[in-house]
Design a protein around this ligand. Structure first.
Ligand code: ATP
Ligand code: MG
Length: 417
């Protein structure tokens, strides 16, 4: 038997209904807030991710599924969506008419991480991006949307964490101070972090190794290094969140795993996920459009991890599984072909009808109807056909009524819907 690849998974009927409900809830809220769907490829040139996410990040260094296609060109299964959305925005000059664009996209991402609870190699994200808005209120709008969504999806125990990563003006000074601090604490850091000191010191703040976390408790805080513009910007975010009564925690070590972030970054964490506590994350990426060859246009966005979200939503999958409305139990061949005709006609009217294609006893068909959870059974025998009326049985109340064959679809609809 060929099994699926480690870290990949099937989402089966019986759980997929919950995913559909989550996606419906998220998309309809985003649409209400003016976001338009964009569909982007799941493969891109490797260079796109290397340039946007950053060469010295875990994602690009060790997690990407990269391979040469048959002509030798390096392509990568996307580890995240923002790079592609921005590529598309630039490639199609979507800024030409109006630089302000709000997009959302849903789909699988691929990262070759160590599989564990809440961490897969193919996982799903819902991304929202606001491109072209400089105001920190765009960041607030995104956080507001996330909080609203988690409430609509009955996720309890969510915490908003925010930080500012500064800008190319103020970050270098912080980076230098952080590097000094790290250089004096190398003996307490994991071997990966020792390399990060010289290549990408901010990444050390993101390391999950307990010893590194411990060593970082005395690290300098980026918030002490913000330039007046970044500082004012961060104040605006905090004031607006307070005005919306959205509780938040300022976490000066929140840096996130991608290099392109500037100013406000945020993460939604929850206590109910165990070690993998982040269910959504995002922030501002003001330099990205330009870095990828477009005009100097700012951006901000978030990504929700749907796999993790599906584990913590208070919604119940059973509420979204659709059992057949009616099971057509046909007795005899003539009844069977009539039942098949009716089944198709009912389906076209939005009535979920099932039947057995073999000729079986009434008892075994009733059992099958029960197994499927059908709410009604229509009993169709050759005698009933002769008399021009069939029997409709309500499986909950066990009540039976006779209904005329003429206009059967309408008759069934009025009785059961
Ligand atoms: P983490 O710190 O858990 O590795 P991240 O910072 O790498 O998360 P992002 O790149 O910001 O995650 O992606 C946004 C969301 O996507 C995360 O908050 C999480 O819910 C989800 N996510 C990221 N990686 C995985 C994965 N390997 N499996 C399942 N979900 C994931
Ligand atoms: Mg990660």
């Amino acid at each position: 038997m060929i099994q699926l690849i480690r870290g990949f998974k099937d989402i089966l009927p019986g759980e997929v209904e919950l995913w559909q409900q989550i996606e419906k809830t998220v998309c309809s809220l985003l649409e209400d807030f003016g976001f338009k769907e964009i569909r982007i490829p799941i493969m891109e040139r490797t260079e796109l991710f290397a340039r946007s996410i950053g060469e010295d990040t875990d994602i690009v260094e060790k997690e990407m599924y990269t391979f040469p296609d048959r002509k030798g060109e390096l392509i990568t299964l996307r580890p995240e969506a923002t790079a592609s959305v921005v590529r598309s925005y630039i490639q199609h000059k979507l800024y030409a008419k109006d630089p302000v664009r709000k997009f959302y996209t849903i789909g699988p991402m691929f990262r070759r991480e160590r599989p564990q609870k809440g961490r897969y190699r193919q996982f799903y994200q819902i991304n929202a991006e606001i491109i072209g808005v400089d105001s920190p209120l765009a960041d607030v709008e995104l956080i507001f949307l996330l909080v609203t969504l988690f409430s609509r999806l009955s996720v309890s125990d969510v915490e908003v964490h925010i930080n500012s990563l500064g800008c190319p003006e103020c970050r270098p000074k912080f980076k230098a101070t952080l590097t000094d601090f790290l250089t004096s604490s190398t003996e307490n850091l994991c071997s990966d972090c020792v390399i990060r000191i010289y290549r990408n010191p901010l990444r050390v703040l993101d390391c999950k190794v307990p010893a590194c976390r411990e060593a970082m408790t005395d690290a300098p805080s980026i918030l002490d290094y913000l330039c007046p513009v970044c500082s004012q910007d961060f104040e605006t975010v905090k004031t607006a969140l307070e005005a919306f009564k959205i509780p938040f925690t300022v976490d000066n070590q929140l840096v996130r795993g991608l290099d392109y972030y500037t100013r406000t970054t945020f993460e939604i964490q929850t206590g109910s996920l165990g070690a993998q506590s982040a269910v959504a994350g995002g922030g501002r990426y003001d330099g990205l459009v330009k870095a990828l060859g477009g005009p100097d246009i700012p951006g901000t966005g978030f990504a929700i991890g749907v796999d993790r979200l599906s584990e913590i939503t208070g919604l119940n999958n059973a509420d979204y599984i659709k059992a057949p409305d009616i099971f057509l139990a046909a007795l005899g061949e003539k009844s069977q072909s009539l039942a098949f005709k009716w089944k198709c006609a009912l389906g076209l009217e939005g009535v979920k009808a099932e039947m057995d294609f073999g000729v079986r006893s009434l008892k075994s068909q009733m059992k099958q109807a029960d197994r499927l959870g059908a709410k009604h059974v229509l009993i169709i025998g050759d005698n009933e056909i002769k008399e021009g009326a069939v029997i409709l049985r309500d499986m909950t109340t066990k009540a039976q009524v006779s209904i005329p064959i003429e206009d059967i679809v309408e008759n069934i609809k009025t009785k059961i819907l």
